[in-house]
Design a protein around this ligand. Sequence first.
Ligand code: GLN
Length: 319
Amino acid sequence: SQQAPASNIQQVVDRAYNHYKTITDGSNASYISYLAKANTKLYGIAVVTTDGKIFEAGDAEHLFPVESIAKVFTLAHVLKVQGAKTVQNKIGVNATGLPFNSALAIELNNDKLTGSPPPGNPLVNAGAIATASLVDGKSLEEKWNMLLKEASAFAGHSLMLNKDVYDSEMADNQHNLAIAVLLKSYKSLYADPTETIDLYTRECSYDVTAKDLAVMGATLANGGTNPLTHQAVTDAETSARVLAVMATAGLYNTSGEWLYNVGLPAKSGVGGGIVAVVPGKMAIAVYSSPLDAAGNSVRGQLAIQSIAQDLGVNIFKIQ
Ligand code: GLN
């Protein structure tokens, strides 16, 4: 499969950037005080191809909190260390169809109404918290250093914790802590709840740019080898499983609509980032903080859909 010519990709990125520049729909995440204050005007797009070309528009190098998109790279780490069966049996890989922070999914799964283990899926909070509890390490610091190192390898340079985001989330973390304790009561959390929530909150609190997200996604598109540093961060088997889970739950309760309309595995975060992956070809990432009701960047979704359509990269459509 051929890449589109470089001049064409830049044109398509510029077109999407300009087309949605004036959109003001959606609103910042309000339940995390740091995110509530984000500048809603910032808007950046980055595309990175599996042959290492970078295309940008707008604020593609502005740092913002990764939030839920980190779940993807923690999943990649746990899949590699613990294996695919463990993730399927201890966390689950079915779509929950419920909002990202739902505790209801835990109850439904525990009552065996869904056929999934209680956490449900590694890309919603309950499952991501269970995934964090499966990270190996002798101490919280060691586990955190491992996750940050892995995410940094995906990005191709050292990512950093944003202490203000971390503090802001730790101060308002009652809901996630309740999820962790509920999971523990069903024996579906595999470490101490308080320590696990600390680890989970750290992973949500490192900063990235749209360009970083595009490099991280392009590493998955490239079978686990970073197209810029050429480091084998993970393998093709792990990348394929991560992308499958992104397709089922990457945009929470609107994942089905996203796949139906765009045809690409993707992941969003309440920080306003979103990244979509075209296996074998590229990743497309956007930053814009205003979110829709499900917690997905409004302009991010529009811009990615437009770029994917213009480049003809729906994975279900024969070109
Ligand atoms: N840290 C956020 C939370 O746990 C991440 C959620 C998200 O990005 N959807 O609530």
